[in-house]
Design a binder for this molecule. Sequence first.
Ligand code: AMP
Length: 144
Amino acid sequence: MSVSVKAMLDRKGRDVFTIGANMTVGEAANLLHDKKIGAVIIVGVEGKIAGIFSERDVVTALARHGADALTTPVASVMTTNVFRCNEDATANQLMEVMSTRRFRHVPVEKDGKLVGMISIGDVVKNRIREIEEEAEHIKAYIAG
Ligand code: AMP
């Protein structure tokens, strides 16, 4: 049985960095760098998810706009069709989605509100913990 997103958030915390759509790519890149994170959520009216902007989008903006990328609003580069999940989703489901759809961040919503973010790093960390626990159980079983 794969662990739930709720259990993962209980362990890692529920902080999510959000910005407005009028922030520039340069400012958003600074935020990603300062906070040592890979993506931010762009929120619109009433805090609803309007998009996601990740380090990959910095590269896209540079490729499309050259040096002007830095002053381009994130709104023109962010991904608006954001895949999100709720706390009942499982680590295995997110692993599958991240692998098939080739992104590394999934925002978590509860009652339409942003309540957390799961990154591929969180999923991998969780999987390593599961494998270590399984190995410990097997060792204890063999020894016992
Ligand atoms: P990432 O691998 O998360 O850095 O993102 C790669 C690309 O997918 C970027 O263009 C992101 O804007 C986009 N992306 C990241 N997370 C999601 C998501 N949950 N739903 C849709 N697109 C996403």
